[in-house]
Write a protein that binds this ligand. Structure first.
Ligand code: ADP
Length: 164
């Protein structure tokens, strides 16, 4: 059985992430979408539970998926879950530099686990969680950039956090 892990901060999950999830789910028997703690992106606007809930809602239509969360070394988590591959998305050269380094570190830690990169659908190449937050903060339109079912949750959370 081929088990893949798609880790990320998902703060919040975007349409770009969902596109990667849909495509990655066809490459493996089971895909674990793992909301991970990123030390470079500490405590953000959304709680861990809120991020997990949004990922769950946004990926309900994908059959072979499991949503989970984790804090610690990704390769340790992968071994624990019997996963063979880590899936990551690439939007740009900037992503590539970071992702290359991460994949090589992970390979050094655990050589049995491969990282597979899926290139973003061009329509989402400029979409990032931080851009979504900024757009909402300044009343910009995010329609189509995040899954419809969580659009209002994101707007309410960001606008709510600005009150006062
Ligand atoms: P992290 O903090 O782990 O980088 P993110 O939630 O920002 O978490 O991203 C998770 C993964 O999804 C990363 O591999 C990132 O490059 C990828 N990704 C983010 N946005 C997009 C997008 N619009 N299209 C394709 N891949 C994306």
């Amino acid at each position: 059985m081929r088990i893949g892990i798609y880790p990320g901060s998902f703060a919040p999950i975007t349409s770009g992430h969902v596109d990667i999830i849909e495509r990655a789910s066809k490459l493996v028997d089971k895909l674990i979408v793992c909301v991970s703690y990123n030390v470079n992106k500490p405590a953000g606007l959304f709680t861990l539970q809120e991020k997990v809930d949004m990922v769950q809602k946004a990926t309900r239509h994908v059959p072979n998926i499991q949503v989970d969360c984790h804090s610690g070394l990704l390769v340790d988590y992968a071994i624990q879950k019997d996963a063979n591959v880590i899936i990551r998305g690439l939007r740009s050269i900037t992503d590539f530099e970071y992702e290359l380094q991460m994949s090589q570190i992970n390979k050094r830690l655990q050589k049995e686990i491969e990282t597979i990169f899926l290139v973003t659908d061009a329509q989402y190449s400029f979409v990032s969680s931080s851009a979504i937050k900024e757009l909402v903060y300044f009343d910009g339109d995010i329609e189509g950039l995040v899954p419809k079912c969580i659009e209002q949750t994101i707007i309410d959370k960001i606008r709510g956090s600005n009150d006062g």
